[in-house]
Design a protein. Sequence first.
Length: 181
Amino acid sequence: MIQKAKINVIDLDKTLIAYDSFRGLIIQELKTFNSYIIYITTLRVLRLISGTKYKRRTSLYFEKKYNENYFIEYANKLYKDIDQRVLDKIKLDTDDETINILLTASPNFFAKHLIKKLKWSGSGSYFDNKDNYIHLYGEEKIKWLDHKFNPYKFDYNFAISDSSSDDKLLSLFKRKVKWKI
C-alpha cells in the first residue's frame, strides 16, 4: 500500500499571526488619508458592499498602486510577527514529507511572498481572471484544497485556525486546533 503524503493547513490571520494582515494594509492607507480607501471602507462599514466585493476592489487598487517589492516587504513584516507557539504546534505534526499549506482570506499579492519565505505551499484570495475574485474564506478554502490536494491522494493530517468559518475545513483533518489568542 502506497502511503499518502501528509498535509497540514494553517490559517494566517489571528492564528499564525496575532492580527488581521489585510486590515493592517487598509489602516496604513487610511493613515495617509487615501480618499479611495476611505470611500470604499466607508461603504463596507455601512454594509453597502459585501466583504468579498470590498476585498476585490481594494485588491485591484493595491495591485495597481504598489509594485512587488512593497508586497515582499509587507510579507517580511508578517514573517517577523509569526507566533512561535503556533509554529511549535505545527512542527509537532510535521516531518520531512509533510506539506504545510497556508490558506488565508487575505490577498495573495502579499500572502504568496510569505508562503515562499516559509517554504510552504498555499494561497491567499486571488483573481482567477480580472472578473472573478476567489475569496478564500469558508467553503472556498475547502474547494481550493480539494482541487490542489485531493483527499484521495493526500492524508489530511493537521489543521489550525481561529475562525468559525473554518470549522468545516478543520473537520476534514485527523488533528485540529481551534486557536485562540
